[in-house]
Ligand binder design. Structure first.
Ligand code: 13P
Length: 252
């Protein structure tokens, strides 16, 4: 059976001291949270801390993720971080196309698709984020927006598409305390699943995560939906107890 994936997105938070306390807190509580059942757990950390968190997670079941990667392979791209550099730190996941990057760094659907391709060709699983803004939802465009965003990734990545993770993150729910209801989230996840099914016969094994104010109180209900295969967690991933509660809700 497909395991659920609970991935923390630390965003631009942390310090050497805070990271150590956070990872140790998660690692210490992980067995109790899983209670003999299974879930995948990852932390997507700022690039500056990949080396530190690689060391901190060694010997634990916590997998390492990055928050972005370059669409270029190497060369004169000041400030960029390549897939090969992430490989040096045994990075397992890389978030691509987070709405904060689409919004503040003008990342297009096509750029996000190429980033996913770079990750896949380096053996790194891209966590491809899609999601509509509040204005788009109110205009009835939710389905069209997420389908357009995923279509670009499918178009560029062909049969490799079954190797990605998708994260549905409604922009209006991120960091706002507003969460999509389980039914709202499930409806969009079903649309994404159907789109994947049209592209690959292995769509059922793609993990489709929900993200946007998922927390210790609402995780169990969201994660009980048939097409919600895990969570991409922002604020609640910075608190070991909350993150562990979400992991417990995901374990089965
Ligand atoms: P919050 O959980 O803080 O709303 O953030 C969600 C998110 O953007 C994860 O990538």
């Amino acid at each position: 059976m497909k395991q659920k994936l609970v991935a923390g997105n630390w965003k631009m938070n942390g310090s050497l001291a805070a990271n150590e306390a956070l990872v140790q807190g998660i690692a210490q509580g992980l067995n109790a949270a899983l209670a003999g059942q299974q879930a995948q757990v990852a932390v997507c950390v700022p690039a500056a801390y990949l080396s530190q968190v690689q060391q901190l997670t060694q010997g634990s079941a916590i997998e390492l993720g990055a928050q972005d990667l370059s669409s270029y392979e190497q060369g004169a791209y000041t400030g960029e971080i390549s897939a090969a550099m992430l490989q040096d730190f045994a990075v397992r996941f890389a978030i691509v196309g987070h709405s904060e990057r689409r919004q503040y760094h003008a990342e297009s659907d096509e750029l996000v698709a190429v980033k996913a391709q770079r990750a896949l060709s380096a053996g790194i699983t891209p966590i491809v984020c899609v999601g509509e803004t509040l204005a788009e939802r109110e205009a009835g465009q939710t389905e069209a927006v997420v389908k357009r965003q995923l279509a670009a990734v499918i178009h560029t990545n062909g049969h490799c598409i079954s190797e990605i993770v998708v994260a549905y993150e409604p922009v209006w729910a991120i960091g706002t305390g507003l969460t999509a209801t389980p039914e709202q989230a499930q409806a969009v996840h079903a649309v994404l699943r159907a789109q994947l099914q049209a592209a690959t016969s292995h769509a059922d094994r793609v993990q489709i995560l929900y993200g946007g104010s998922m927390n210790a109180a609402n995780a169990a209900q969201l994660l009980s939906q048939p097409d919600i295969d895990g969570g991409l967690i922002g604020g609640a991933a910075l608190k070991p107890a909350d993150f562990l509660t979400i992991i417990a809700a995901a374990a089965r």
